[in-house]
Design a protein around this ligand. Sequence first.
Ligand SMILES: *[C@@H]1O[C@H](CO)[C@@H](O)[C@H](O)[C@H]1NC(C)=O
Ligand SMILES: *[C@@H]1O[C@H](CO)[C@@H](O)[C@H](O)[C@H]1NC(C)=O
Length: 397
Amino acid sequence: MKQDKAATEAASLPSSIVFAARHLLVILLSLLIPSSIRAFPHRHDCPPSASLRRPASRLSSLVRRHNTSLNDHSSGTSVIRAIATDFDGTFLNSSHGCSPANVWAYREAMRRGYAIFPATGRSRPGAFNAMGQVLGEELRREGSPGVYLNGLLVYGPDGPNDLVFTRTMDAATSESVVEMCRSLEASFVAYSGDAILCEQRTHHTDRLATYKEPRPHPIGPLTDALRGRDTSRESSGTRGVRNGQGELLVNKFIILDEAERIDALRGWVEGRLAGKATITQALPTMLEILPLGASKGDGVRRLMEHMQMDLRHMLALGDAENDKEMLTLAGHSVATANAHASVRSVAQHLVSSNDQDGFSEALERLCGITQTPPPPSPAVEESRTTRSSRKVTTTLS
Ligand SMILES: *[C@@H]1O[C@H](CO)[C@@H](O)[C@H](O)[C@H]1NC(C)=O
Ligand SMILES: *[C@@H]1O[C@H](CO)[C@@H](O)[C@H](O)[C@H]1NC(C)=O
């Protein structure tokens, strides 16, 4: 109609041809602007996997906001609905604590409806202890999915009332581990569900507390507990998991000693338990004895299946060898800067180290979880991307 008006003006007043042309230009521009706005949302369809290593793609990750009604992207990668994070070396800093920025990002992810969960070698109480009082208490109270003990214990969204999977050592192997530790006069603990048990406390067993794992609970001779003959009236939290006969079921054992002694013992223990158990070491002072055939990646896969979610919708974060499997399984994977080179090479994205809030950086860049309010217009989005994500997170503390 405006165009008609301009045309009439041009016809009736030949001297105003220049004016009409200018008018037309304004009309054309106004037609162009809405189409550029319409084009903008297509950026939401950019797979966030377009590597963060390339700054140009940062815009698409920042622009993406969580939207549960979004469907799979045709390109093969897909929106993130679940977040599995390793704890030590990833979510936690090098002194096994977590920064306010990481706590904030974890809670905000929960609030926005992401299924976010620990995938850790820790016990469940040990993971919650390390998250800080407020968040730890919240998860304890409300329940949380989680992969604990490197996949030997998997809980669904309702926590311990929602056991997805557990693998325990067979009774004969458990007994031979206990006998072996006694003959070596070595300190050892047994993980059983959420409980950590020992025969008696020593300065070695108490070292677990420095990693914010619960202090092992002494229950006397473990062989009696393994046979269901212990008479102690323990509360459920310190009794460990029992079968119908009251026999203690053990997920894993840890031998704790000086690094040199652990070094000297390892080969011998491996020989004794060949074909019966897996021997691993995350720390030089601890030798772990695990049942055969369970892994963090396997636990994560079982949990995602339980929650009826596709692994393509999962973001996995990690730093260590035992995280590689889940990083490979996940549709989206992040390694922290402190990660082992072989771990960085399997991850799609790299973020800052665990001591520089790499976790919150990843959630900001891949899920748009940021404390700054959503921008009002595309122009503001553009300018925001020029700011470093580091600046945004450091304002939190
Ligand atoms: C979420 O995505 C759906 C489908 O693409 C869209 O219709 C809806 O407007 C989006 N909601 C928000 C809040 O972005
Ligand atoms: C780790 O986090 C805790 C809790 O925020 C803090 O007290 C500690 O200084 C941090 N350590 C490092 C190495 O950043």
